[in-house]
Design a protein around this ligand. Structure first.
Ligand SMILES: [Zn+2]
Length: 375
């Protein structure tokens, strides 16, 4: 299983200037590669691929002092990235989807470079990073040890801050036995569990929404191209980044807690096509839900827990006691059924998720992750 580990890096002035120059050169290479593909198609009617472009890279570097400074393999990655963009474009065309032709990139929006670890990017014995063409070693805030020897890495710039993301391959762990749980995105709470627990929506979600709106408004009030507008844009970006950090911190803790307590977790599969939700609160939560699912997926794999994704259709309308379909209006916070079942609506939905994942209702049957046995 592939795991990404992200760390903040602290280059000094000379180093960050060099990194910025490197991204500018990579951006130029990307655009030149794109131009070459377009020209080849227009004049000769042929599509260039990665192989032909990479073959010319050596000669291009020999003629360009700028490019010759940096890692050869990292520059190959730039051409690979361009190739991927084209493949994605043609794939969408083939499937009959709307697709925009690959665009030239502006250096002010080019923020990432890929490296092979041990080649263009080396991790020194003292934990610092060395990049080909960048003076000295760069400090890394390694807030946790690397799970394994990384094979590849991405250097990114976000709001003027630098980060490195290592990709490490970790072995799958053997399944452990233990309790199962079904979870659902809440309407009134953030998450509801099939055992009746609900996790309250952190109150900062509301505050941040207000804060974002206020900053967005002041940005739109600034004149285009003005200094104030640039400043406001940076302020908005910083605020958004802070919100994102808070959310991901919260979700990390939540997913870690769930994985440590349960050996099998049932969850709604967001990828099911034709997902007819129509519930605003749920839609707003979807981004966070996708993030939580991703975190649960790798944490479960690391801990030997199972994550089972189920069809989400109608989970909030099925009675967990008698199975009747019972549509309820948005404002209805309770699930009340003729059979006498009276539950929090989100908990009821989580119980339905539990049933779909494991084949038995919570509290019935074998409480074992391997036991998909009905009671
Ligand atoms: Zn019922």
């Amino acid at each position: 299983m592939l795991l990404s580990q992200k760390f903040r890096v602290y280059p000094n002035r000379a180093q960050s200037d060099a990194l910025a120059a490197m991204l500018r050169d990579f951006c130029k290479l990307y655009n030149a590669g794109l131009e070459q593909r377009i020209a080849a198609y227009r004049t000769r009617g042929i599509s260039l691929n990665y192989g032909t472009q990479a073959k010319e890279l050596k000669a291009v570097r020999a003629a360009d002092d700028g490019l010759a400074r940096w890692s050869f393999t990292a520059e190959q990655q730039v051409l690979r990235r361009l190739d991927k963009t084209f493949k994605g474009f043609f794939g969408r065309i083939k499937r009959g989807e709307r697709a925009g032709f690959p665009r030239f990139r502006s250096a002010s929006r080019y923020h990432a470079a890929e490296f092979r670890v041990g080649d263009g990017l080396t991790v020194r014995k003292n934990g610092r990073l060395g990049f080909v063409g960048v003076p000295g070693e760069i400090k890394v805030k390694q807030h946790r040890p690397l799970a394994a020897e990384p094979k590849s890495a991405i250097l990114t710039r976000q709001n003027g801050k630098w980060f490195v993301v290592f990709h490490v391959e970790i072995a799958e762990v053997e399944r452990r036995a233990g309790e199962c749980i079904g979870i659902d995105i809440g309407l009134s709470s953030l998450v509801a569990l099939s055992n009746g627990e609900t996790i309250v929506r952190p109150n900062w979600t509301k505050c941040t929404k207000k804060g974002l709106r206020r900053r967005q408004r002041s940005l739109t009030r600034c004149r285009r191209g003005s200094k104030r507008r640039t400043k406001m844009r940076a302020r908005l970006a910083n605020y958004s980044a802070k919100v994102a950090r808070k959310r991901s911190d919260f979700l990390h803790k939540l997913s870690a807690d769930l994985v440590s307590r349960f050996a099998a977790i049932g969850i709604e599969d967001l990828n099911v096509k034709g997902l007819a939700r129509g519930m605003l609160a749920k839609e707003v939560n979807d981004a966070a839900w996708a993030q939580l699912t991703a975190m649960l997926r790798y944490k479960a794999a690391k801990a030997g827990s199972a994550l089972i994704e189920v069809d989400p259709r109608g989970t909030s309308q099925t009675c967990p006691e008698c199975g009747t379909i019972k549509p309820k209006p948005l404002g209805e916070r309770r699930h009340r059924c003729e059979c006498g079942c009276d539950l929090d609506r989100d908990v009821a939905a989580a119980m339905v998720v539990h049933f779909r994942a494991f084949g038995f209702w919570p509290g019935h049957g074998l409480q074992d992750s391997s036991g998909r046995v009905a009671a």
